[in-house]
Design a protein around this ligand. Structure first.
Ligand code: PXP
Length: 243
């Protein structure tokens, strides 16, 4: 069965709307763990639009399950990751204008930089995952760059409707197989919700799903602990019908 990584950036986004101290993403991490999260995911962006350096430091000190830091290849952020030593770093593209991470990282197009960053993170004891589109070229490049894992960008599937959703699922399944055959640990994430998680989580071979917006949205009504527990239940149910 795959684990659930809860992305807590969205809690920090609410805090930053008022530039105040609440809600605290560090508290959110505790609630998510109590709800059954297997991993806490945060993204320290260059522009610090949600998670701050203080959050990152406290998360490292308090999170008891796996800590996954989403990060760009930016030098300053890489230096922070080397000092912080999260359990896992997920390399993502970053673009100042975007509302959230858009496409996957172009590992093939900036191969040398990804390989060098991956090497230095691994030397510091940080496992490295690359967030990529379900594209065989990017999967092969991630393995060649030394990444131990990849996270398949599920956003196109999440945004698709009707037969297109089926086609997107096929692309995900293909990328999953190529990744596993290349010896990579495979994660998935972006745009996953209580309504669309089952067909992806029913695919055998995923190790982790990173989910944020949908869980935090539900938490407004039921509380974060319950929202996380409900998503965990769905992943568990999907695993029982694994294909
Ligand atoms: N995985 C990665 C690499 C991301 O950048 C994000 C968004 O921060 C997520 C997963 C979670 O996406 P969502 O908030 O749509 O669940």
């Amino acid at each position: 069965m795959s684990g659930l990584g809860v992305n807590i950036d969205h809690v920090a986004t609410i805090r930053q709307a008022r530039r105040t101290v609440e809600p605290d993403p560090v508290w959110a991490a505790v609630e998510a763990e109590l709800g059954g999260a297997d991993c806490i995911t945060f993204h320290l962006r260059k522009d610090r639009r949600h998670i701050s350096d203080r959050d990152a430091r406290l998360l490292r000190q308090t999170v008891r399950c796996k800590l996954n830091m989403e990060m760009s290849l930016d030098e300053e952020i890489v230096a922070i990751a080397l000092e912080l030593k999260p359990d896992q770093a997920t390399l993502v593209p970053e673009n100042r204008q975007e509302i959230t991470t858009e496409g996957g990282l172009d590992v093939a197009g900036q191969f040398d930089r990804v390989r060098a960053t991956t090497e230095s993170l691994k030397k510091a004891g940080v496992a490295v995952s690359a967030f990529i589109d379900p594209d065989p070229r990017q999967v092969a490049a991630s393995a060649k760059a030394g990444c131990q894992a990849m996270e398949i960008h599920t956003g196109s599937y999440a945004n698709a409707a009707g037969p297109q959703a089926g086609r997107e699922l096929e692309l995900i399944a293909k990328a999953l197989k190529i990744g596993l055959d290349a010896g990579l640990i495979v994660h998935g994430g972006h745009g996953l919700t209580y309504n669309n998680i089952i067909p992806v989580a029913a695919m055998k071979g995923f190790t982790e799903f990173n989910i944020g917006h949908s869980i935090v949205s539900r938490a407004v009504f039921v509380g974060l602990r319950s929202a996380v527990a409900e998503m965990k239940q769905l992943i568990l149910r999907a695993a029982q019908q694994e294909q």
